[in-house]
Design a protein around this ligand. Structure first.
Ligand code: FRU
Length: 519
């Protein structure tokens, strides 16, 4: 908070009143006495980040600094549905186990604090640094709800905040906004990177159907460089939360632009698409015209990467969907993040794709695996009879020497089941949650979602990260990825493999994952 204290209190009272009048949120009261202990509630993810309580959406401002990963996130502390946005904050030294920190950014007279990014300004280009200390600078959207209500088209602008104590506390820049609205209703989610070749900052900002690129020498003065995407990719909804990344592949620099889209995802609602191409300091040019998705499942959105991680590109998404995110059946909090994922480029034929794999840091919570080789599955194999009972959270890895239709079915004694697998005829992976538990809260939830197989090899691999209420599927080294959430009435305690005919699983490895929360 940058305002002096009395002014700050006056301001938050005014804003509070204004929110009460303008925001149609339904505050849900939680009986804290009767509630189960924190992080032991039904459906509470055990190996994924979720806030202690209240509403969370996009990951924001992810930056690595001095051995600490910072995760900020869209947060509304007063309810379990979306409302006036703050930046919640958590830190981790291993990307897996998180410590909650005080809220980093509060709404102010310019509006709510929408999504954005953070950078380490190593050369103090912004001048925010003091005594030789490099500042961390957050670049975010100020969203003015009054302007929105009045039907204006300039209510989203880009602003700065900086930290001089390694990300612990943040001061908003007195000269906000640093980038005014050019007359676009949707103008938000700035993602900033240092472009070394041009020694300047590059900002990607999402507008309704395009990404705009701006450049700056100092994070404060921005010049428009180019527009991208009007006639490319998926346009079933609004473009949001971009991210521009560079990789080395076979000695050549390749660029990737992530563009989140809501709605219009491949399985309905929100999803993350990407473009592979070139960036010359001004313009991004895609090298393909087909639409590609970083995660085909229904429940990965607003995903972007950490800054200041060198050659590593570590991605995190919101593990939900705007279609039903605000009505999922959790009481104290709503929604979680995906596991952190390392992005890389993989060539398939003449094309270059982005692959995602769970980050290796997950190993800190992985137990010694139970490993089975050459497992014959004739139609059905109950794992309980084969292996000790392994319940979520767990990681399951499977490899096959050939392509075959097979699935893993998790079920409980209430007859609810989640099916995750591959269908050889359609060449698709799938997550079928149509009978996985409670689907009553939204008519679009009881789905069987599919993802195409991108790889062309004749052997296949599948890694599943299964939590109490989510599954993330990484096939063929992360070329086909899907995330889905589900809400069984009791935990799944039975697991079986299913196959069409006789299928040999060359290797099956099952590991328990230890909860990341101290309870
Ligand atoms: C994406 C998004 C962003 C926006 C934020 C608001 O989920 O709509 O475009 O900044 O959420 O909470």
């Amino acid at each position: 908070m940058i305002l002096a204290k009395p002014a700050a209190i006056r301001m938050s009272l005014m804003i509070g009143l204004w929110f009460l009048l303008l925001t149609p949120t339904v505050a849900q009261s939680i009986d804290k006495e009767a509630a189960p202990p924190l992080y032991s509630e039904p459906h509470r993810p055990q190996v994924h980040f979720s806030p202690k309580e209240s509403w969370m959406n996009d990951p924001n401002g992810m930056v690595y600094y001095n051995g600490t990963y910072h995760l900020f996130y869209q947060y509304y502390p007063d309810s379990t549905v979306w409302g006036p946005m703050h930046w919640g904050h958590a830190t981790s030294t291993n990307l897996v186990q998180w410590t909650h920190r005080p809220i980093a950014l509060y709404p102010d007279s310019l509006g709510y604090i929408f999504s954005g990014s953070a950078v380490v300004d190593k050369q103090n280009t912004s001048g925010f640094g003091q005594n030789g200390q490099a500042p961390l600078v957050a670049i975010f959207t100020h969203h003015d709800p009054a302007g929105e209500k009045a039907g204006r088209n300039d209510y989203q602008v880009q602003s700065l905040a900086y930290s001089l104590d390694s990300g612990r506390t943040w001061t908003k820049y007195a000269g906000n906004p640093v980038l005014k609205n050019p007359g676009l209703k949707d103008f938000r989610d700035p993602k900033v990177m240092w472009y070394e070749a041009g020694r300047k900052w590059i900002m990607a900002v999402a507008t309704y159907s395009q990404i705009l690129f701006y450049s700056s020498p100092d994070l404060k003065n921005w010049t428009k460089e180019s527009e991208f995407g009007k006639d490319l990719g998926a346009h079933g909804g609004v473009w949001e939360c971009p991210d521009l990344l560079s990789f080395e592949l076979n000695g050549k620099k390749e660029w990737v632009l992530l563009v989140n889209l809501n709605p219009g995802g491949p399985n309905g609602g929100s999803a993350t698409q990407y473009f592979v191409g070139d960036f010359d300091g001004k313009t991004f040019t895609a090298s393909h015209s087909d639409t590609r998705w970083l995660d085909y499942g229904p429940d990965e959105y607003a995903g972007v990467t950490w800054s200041n991680t060198g050659d590593r590109k570590i991605f995190l998404g919101w593990m939900s969907n705007w279609l039903y995110g605000q009505v999922v059946p959790t009481a104290r909090w709503r929604s979680a993040m995906t596991v952190p994922r390392d992005l890389s480029l993989k060539q398939v034929g003449n094309e270059v794709y982005v692959a995602s794999q769970p980050s290796k840091e997950l190993d800190v919570i992985v137990s010694k695996p139970l490993v089975y080789e050459n497992l014959q599955v004739q139609n059905r194999l109950d794992l309980k009879t084969k292996v000790k009972e392994v319940v979520a959270p767990c990681r399951i890895e499977m490899s096959l020497d050939n392509l075959a239709s097979y699935s893993l079915v998790l079920s409980n004694d209430a007859g609810e089941e989640l099916v995750v697998g591959f269908d050889k005829d359609s060449n698709q992976f799938y997550i079928d949650r149509s009978r996985a538990g409670d689907t009553s809260f939204h008519q679009a939830f009881a789905t069987r979602s599919v993802a195409p197989r991108i790889a062309t090899a004749s052997s296949m691999t599948m890694t599943l990260v299964i939590d109490v209420s989510s599954v993330e599927l990484f096939a063929d080294g992360g070329l086909s990825v899907m995330t889905g959430i589900f809400f069984p009435s009791t935990p799944y305690t039975n697991q079986r493999l299913q196959a069409t005919g006789n299928v040999v699983i060359k290797k099956l490895s099952i590991s328990r994952l230890k909860s990341i929360w101290k309870k």
